[in-house]
Design a protein around this ligand. Structure first.
Ligand SMILES: [Zn+2]
Length: 281
C-alpha cells in the first residue's frame, strides 16, 4: 500500500504568524516542527499497513522539511521547480493522499495565514464554479488518478472549510484560529499523538474512502489582486479576461487545468511589480 503526503507549514501546530515562516532563526524552529508533524503521519501510515510513503514538501520554496530528521522509511520530494506544484510525483500507483499542515483558502475568514497558493496575487479560485482552496483542488487532481483523500490536519476553520467538499475525510485540529495572524495553540506533542492515531485508523479503513472525481471539461476562474497580474496571464493563448482582475480558461481534464493554473499563478507573481522588474534581461 502506497501513500502520498502533501505537507504544508501554515497549519502545523505552533505556527501562528507569517513572521515565523520567513527565513530567520524562528523559521528554523518551525521547519523542525513541520518535520516532526509529518513524521507523526508517517508513523501512523506504516502502523496502518502502508508499505511505501512519499512526502511532497509544498510550502514556499518547497524545501522546508529537514531530510536528516525525517522518518527514514519515507522518501521526500523537495525543491520548487515543479510542474505539478504540491502534487509533484503523484500518480495512479498511490492508494491514498494525506494532507498535513494545510491552511484555509484566501477569503475574509479568520483561518490562520489563509491564502490560495500565492497570497501576493490570488484573491479567489473557482473550479467549475466552485470556490476552492489548495486541499480541495489537490483532492480533485488526485481524483483523476483514482487516489482518495483520507486525512487532513490544520486549524479548526480550515478543517470545517475542507469538510464542505470532503465530508468523510478523517481530521485533526492542530490549533484554533483567532484571526488570520493569531491562534490558540495546542501543544505539538498532543497534536502529533492524535495525528499518528488517526492516520493509522484512516489507513486501516482505506477502502471506505472514495476519490473526488469531478466533471470534465474543467473551467478554471482566477480572480487576481491586481489587473497587472491578470493581464499578463493572457499571454497563454486560451486564457480569457472576464473583468480587469478575473480570468477564465477551459481544459479537457483536471491535470492539464491544474498545470495551466500553476502557470498563470507563476506569471501573476512575476507580474506583481512588473515583469521586467523581476526578470534579468
Ligand atoms: Zn504554505
Amino acid at each position: 500500500m502506497k501513500l502520498f503526503i502533501s505537507a504544508d507549514i501554515e497549519g502545523i501546530s505552533g505556527v501562528a504568524t507569517i513572521q515565523q515562516l520567513v527565513t530567520n532563526s524562528e523559521y528554523q524552529r518551525f521547519r523542525k516542527l513541520m518535520t516532526s508533524e509529518v513524521n507523526a503521519a508517517i508513523r501512523g501510515a506504516f502502523k496502518g499497513g502502508a508499505s511505501e510513503v512519499v512526502v511532497a514538501d509544498g510550502h514556499g520554496n518547497m524545501s522546508n522539511i529537514i531530510i536528516e530528521d525525517l522518518d527514514n522509511r519515507a522518501r521526500l520530494v523537495s525543491g520548487n521547480n515543479r510542474v505539478m506544484a504540491q502534487l509533484e510525483g503523484l500518480d495512479d500507483t498511490y492508494d491514498g493522499i494525506i494532507f498535513i499542515g494545510h491552511h484555509g483558502r484566501e477569503s475574509d475568514s479568520d483561518a490562520v495565514i489563509s491564502h490560495t497558493l500565492a497570497g501576493v496575487c490570488v484573491k479567489e479560485m473557482k473550479i467549475n464554479n466552485q470556490v476552492v482552496g489548495e486541499t480541495e483542488m489537490n483532492a480533485m487532481v488526485a481524483g483523476k488518478f483514482s487516489v482518495p483523500p483520507i486525512f487532513i490536519s490544520g486549524d479548526d476553520m480550515y478543517v470545517s472549510e475542507v469538510k464542505e467538499t470532503l465530508p468523510n475525510v478523517r481530521s485533526v485540529v492542530s490549533k484554533y484560529a483567532r484571526n488570520r495572524l493569531a491562534a490558540e495553540l495546542i501543544h505539538p506533542e498532543e497534536v502529533r499523538k492524535e495525528i499518528e492515531q488517526k492516520v493509522e485508523t484512516a489507513v486501516k479503513d482505506l477502502e471506505q474512502y472514495e476519490p473526488l472525481v469531478i466533471k470534465e471539461p474543467i473551467t478554471f476562474e482566477i480572480n487576481f489582486k491586481g489587473p497587472q497580474q491578470a493581464q499578463m496571464t493572457t499571454t497563454i493563448p486560451t486564457v480569457q479576461m472576464i473583468t480587469p482582475t478575473r480570468i477564465r480558461f477551459t481544459c479537457d481534464d483536471i491535470v492539464t487545468a491544474y498545470k495551466q493554473m500553476w502557470g498563470c499563478v507563476i506569471i501573476a507573481m512575476a507580474a506583481t511589480n512588473g515583469i521586467l522588474g523581476s526578470v534579468n534581461s
